[in-house]
Write a protein that binds this ligand. Sequence first.
Ligand code: PDD
Length: 286
Amino acid sequence: MNTVFLNGEYLPADKALISPMDRGFLFGEGIYEVIPSYSGQFIGLAPHLNRLNDGLKALKIKTSFTLKDWLDICNQLIEKNDGENLALYIQVTRGCSLQRHHAYNNDLTPTIYAFTFGIPNAPLADKSQVKTYKVSTDQDLRWQRCNIKSTSLLGNVMHFQKSVEESTQETILFNSKNELTEASASNVFIVKNKVIITPHLDHQILPGVTRFILLDILKKYCEYAVEERVVSYDEVINADEVWLTSSTKEVAPVVAIANKEVGSGRVGELWLAAQTLFSQYKGHYE
Ligand code: PDD
C-alpha cells in the first residue's frame, strides 16, 4: 500500500481521509505540483517548489511550511514508497469551511496532501525508441489565469478528453486570435527553418518547469536560435517539428496534428539535439 502525506502525517493511502467540506473538493480551490524523480534524484525540485509557493501566494493560502519542510516531505515520500522512478504529487487546498459559501475566511487551515506514483524511465534521446504523439487541436476555452497551477482542471480535462475521443494523445490549444497557447497538460514548442520557438509566458499558459529548464539548456548549449513569441495556428500546422514538454514527458515529439503530418511525419533532428542536451543537463536543475 502506498504511503501518503496528509496534514503532517505519513499514513497508508487507504487511511487518508479528507472532509467533504474541503474547498479543494467543493470548489477546486487548490494548487498542485507534479515533480519527477529518477533513482531518487528529483528533476527541477527547486523551480517546482517555487511555483507551488507562487501559486499559494496568488490564492492567498498560507501554510507554515518552509522550503526545508517541503524538501523533507519530498524525500520522505520517495524513501517510503517503492519504485525506481516516482513522480511526487503535492496538493494544497484552502481547507474546510463549515458551510459551502463562495467567500472564504482567511483563517482556514490548508489541507496538505502528497503522494507518489510510478513513471516510466526517463525518455532516451533515441529517435527509434521515443514515444511519438498524434494530437488534436481545440480553441482554448479555459480561464484567464492559466499561469496558476490550480487543481481547478475542468477546462484542461475537457480539452484533453477531446484527444481521447479522437484517439490522439493530447490536445494543442489556440486562443480566440488563433494563436498557440499550450496543450491541455503540456507546453508546446515548434521548429521552423532550424529556429526553436515557444509562446512567451503570460496568463494564458502555465510557466512549465520543463519549458524553463529546456529553454535555459538550449540557450546555454545549443547552436540553434531560440525565440519566445506569439506563434500562429498556421505556424504550428506548417512547422518542421512540434514538441510537447512536461515533467512526465520531458521533450516529446509530435508527428501529426489533427491528422496532418508534422513535417516529414517522423521525429526531427532538432528534437534529437534538444532531448540529448536535456538528458545531459537536466540533473543540474535540482
Ligand atoms: N502537467 N501546461 C499544463 C496545462 C500542464 O498541466 C503542465 C504539466 C505543463 C508542463 O508543466 P511542467 O513542465 O512544470 O510539468 C504545461 C502536469 C505534468 C500534470 O498536470 O500532470
